[in-house]
Design a protein around this ligand. Structure first.
Ligand SMILES: Cc1cc2nc3c(=O)[nH]c(=O)nc-3n(C[C@H](O)[C@H](O)[C@H](O)COP(=O)(O)OP(=O)(O)OC[C@H]3O[C@@H](n4cnc5c(N)ncnc54)[C@H](O)[C@@H]3O)c2cc1C
Length: 646
């Protein structure tokens, strides 16, 4: 028999990043929202705490509770371990629950919400600082405004449209986000003294960046997003009735007249294409429209007229296969439920026109492959598999682009080959020292929460540049042992499967632009909150006390514990140091019988504490990882009130 070589177990000695990284919802969120914190608070009925936690790092907490892309849920442990297979904790919808009790949608004085912010400065600032100009009132620009106004800067936001909000107002369909709520969240930021100037585009023929410089603005923030869409380039694409999807959405959302017919073809398979699809499906029902309780924000009659003409059939032509569609599964399913028909693996090759130059059909071919051997987008099509769809409207939703007009008078600002502005990824500063770029125009088309995070980083960098001070993130973490006798996960933490918030029935939706999704009931919210696996709670072993009896290994329901000889583990320099300090010699000098290592796959622990409860020598404890961080000026000495783990 030949000797088989056994791969060593790769292990990591826990440090502050390890313990924090286990709390996937928080580390997965670009603004590091303590989602675990507010989910547990809701489960325990502490709704005000829940709101304060959710609002602390996010000036758009209420909006995010409705439509955040929710990277926290992608990282949620509950979606990955074997308690059930129903998915992660419904974190985004639980945020909505918290904001509906204490957010802008409920409070009488919007400033109350500003007090929950953990951004530096004050909810009641004295505006005596330098002048800052922000181009674009989307979430990225308004977040910079929020963070800098709190510090006393005099902030002016120049917005091209008649409404603030960027894609919240112009892109996201009305049936997904209540505009009244959006306006309240923006109004809260304006309460800080931010000067928001609507209908004020920056760029030719009006106000330019050089004008702003001459006006004494010390920092200029470009937050103008990717508001344009790419056009089709196939023959016939100039036909009447071929529209850019993102512009169609903007026109519908802002109540402008739009030409659509009854047979619509949407091209594209991303989330924006699904928004275009679902928007084009909706037909008018006046009672639904009447629920938009701030009609002054919309030209209601125009919307009604538009809706009267919107689509009855909607075919979606998607280059990718169903499984590889970039859109979220939820959005695809909703579009299908609402009546859309998908044509996967198809690319448009021609638009056919009628005698008046109007689109009458779209011709597509089957996609054999989209990407070539070198990884480039290089579609190969099957000439024998042609599909012609009769239609009167084509909505092209293939990618977003930047309108560079705002750069009038600025010649040297560097751009990237991806069509964004080149930035320093840490500070968001551009190649022009007094100009920063945030949000989609700096990052490419992403999520609201990415744009918000970029605004926060830029605000810090601008403050540093203008004050000459440098800040560093001071982090502290420590373990708080929990009394094992009384320790338990919340009763029934494993009793509930994931539920989605209630929705209007699909059959009723095409009749209106009513909001599709409702809030959880209090009972449902608390039950969903109980599903949290409390990833900050850890199983900690005291090696000095352990007698290697193995009872913990036998009882673990997830089989995540293992004892192996000390020679069978491998890791980084921290592991080497740990082993040498314990045994007095390097690992290479040890024999298998010299020692045993207890291994645990912490990512799969369900924190049942059975291991700790069965241990005959009490060498296992359940300990909560407590963490805090704070920006401190570099010259300030560290506080030492908390033990520092790393
Ligand atoms: C249809 C659609 C739906 C989406 N849905 C979601 C979702 O559900 N969840 C999610 O997380 N993300 C979603 N996104 C992504 C999200 O909208 C963006 O990532 C986010 O809006 C980027 O914010 P921003 O502030 O960088 O830019 P924007 O929101 O695009 O705001 C830019 C602002 O700048 C203004 N502006 C542009 N040029 C000028 C100028 N020259 N002068 C003055 N003002 C100017 C624009 O009018 C606009 O108000 C969606 C995007 C689209 C297009």
């Amino acid at each position: 028999m030949s000797d088989s070589i056994k791969e060593p177990y790769r292990v990591k000695v826990p440090d502050i990043d390890y313990w924090r990284g286990k709390i996937g919802c928080t580390t997965g969120c670009p603004v590091k929202t303590d989602a675990r914190g507010y989910v547990i608070a809701i489960a325990e009925g502490r709704y005000e705490d829940a709101y304060r936690i959710a609002r602390a790092p996010n000036p758009f907490a209420s909006m995010c509770g409705r439509i955040c892309g929710a990277p926290c849920e992608v990282s949620c442990t509950r979606g990955k371990v074997g308690v059930d297979t129903s998915g992660p904790v419904a974190i985004r919808a639980l945020k909505r629950f918290a904001t509906e009790v204490y957010g802008v949608e409920r409070v009488r004085d919007l400033r109350e919400t500003l007090e929950s912010s953990n951004a530096r400065g004050s909810a009641y600032p004295q505006l005596t600082g330098e002048k800052i100009a922000i181009i674009g009132a989307g979430v990225a620009g308004m977040t910079v405004a929020h963070d800098l106004a709190r510090l006393g800067y005099r902030v002016t936001v120049f917005e091209a449209l008649a409404t603030a909000g960027g894609q919240m107002a112009a892109g996201v369909p009305i049936y997904r986000l209540d505009r009244e709520l959006m306006n309240l969240e923006i109004a809260a930021i304006c309460e800080l003294g931010v000067d928001l100037r609507l209908n004020t585009p920056v760029g030719s023929p009006g106000l330019t960046i050089p004008d702003l410089r001459n006006d004494g603005y010390k920092a200029i923030v470009i937050a103008s997003g990717m508001m344009s869409g790419r056009k089709l380039t196939v023959p016939g694409a100039d036909a009447d009735g071929v529209l850019v999807g993102i512009e169609f959405l903007r026109d519908v959302n802002l109540g402008r007249p739009v030409e659509t017919g009854e047979r619509v073809v949407v091209v594209g398979g991303g989330n924006v294409a699904m928004d275009v699809t679902r928007t084009s499906i909706r037909t008018p029902v006046m009672p639904g429209l009447s629920r938009l309780s701030k009609p002054k924000n919309y030209a209601m009659t125009d919307v009604a007229r538009l809706l009267a003409r919107t689509a009855k059939t909607v075919d979606v032509v998607v280059p990718e296969s169903r499984i590889k569609m970039p859109a979220d599964e939820y959005e695809i399913e909703e579009a299908l439920l609402e009546g859309a028909r998908l044509h996967n693996n198809r690319m448009p090759v021609e638009i056919l026109k009628d005698d008046n130059g109007h689109v009458r059909a779209m011709v597509s071919k089957r996609v054999i492959s989209l990407i070539d051997a070198s990884g480039r987008f290089n579609p190969q099509l099957d000439d024998d598999d042609v599909l012609t769809i009769e239609c009167d409207t084509v909505l092209v939703t293939i990618s977003q682009m930047v309108d560079w007009n705002f750069l009038t008078g600025v010649d040297n600002l560097k751009r990237t080959p991806r069509g964004t502005i080149e930035i320093d990824p840490d500070t968001l500063q551009t190649s022009e020292p007094d100009i920063w770029a945030v949000g989609d125009i700096a990052l490419g088309a992403r999520l609201f929460i990415d744009a918000i995070a970029s605004g926060q980083r830029a605000a810090l960098a601008i403050d540093e540049a203008l004050t000459g001070k440098t800040y560093k993130l001071q982090r502290r973490g420590y373990m708080r042992p929990l009394p094992i006798v009384s320790y338990d996960m919340p009763a029934q933490y494993d009793a509930y499967i994931r539920q989605e918030p209630p929705e209007i029935r699909p059959a009723e939706r095409s009749a209106a632009f009513d909001l599709v999704e409702f809030n959880f009931t209090e009972k449902a919210a608390r039950e969903q909150g109980m599903r949290c696996l409390r990833c900050h709670i850890n199983v900690v072993f005291d090696a000095e006390k352990c007698i290697l009896c193995g009872l913990c290994i036998n009882i673990c329901p997830e089989s995540i514990l293992k004892m192996v000889p000390v020679t069978e583990v491998a890791g980084d320099v921290d592991l080497a140091r740990l082993i040498e300090s314990k045994y007095g010699v390097p690992q290479e000098a040890l024999r298998p019988e010299d020692g045993t290592v207890m291994l645990m796959d912490g990512t799969k622990c369900i924190r049942c504490a059975l291991c700790a409860k069965i241990c005959p020598v009490n060498c296992i404890s359940m300990e909560a990882f407590e963490y805090e961080e704070q920006l401190v000026p570099l010259e300030t000495p560290s506080r030492t009130t908390l033990p520092v783990i790393a």
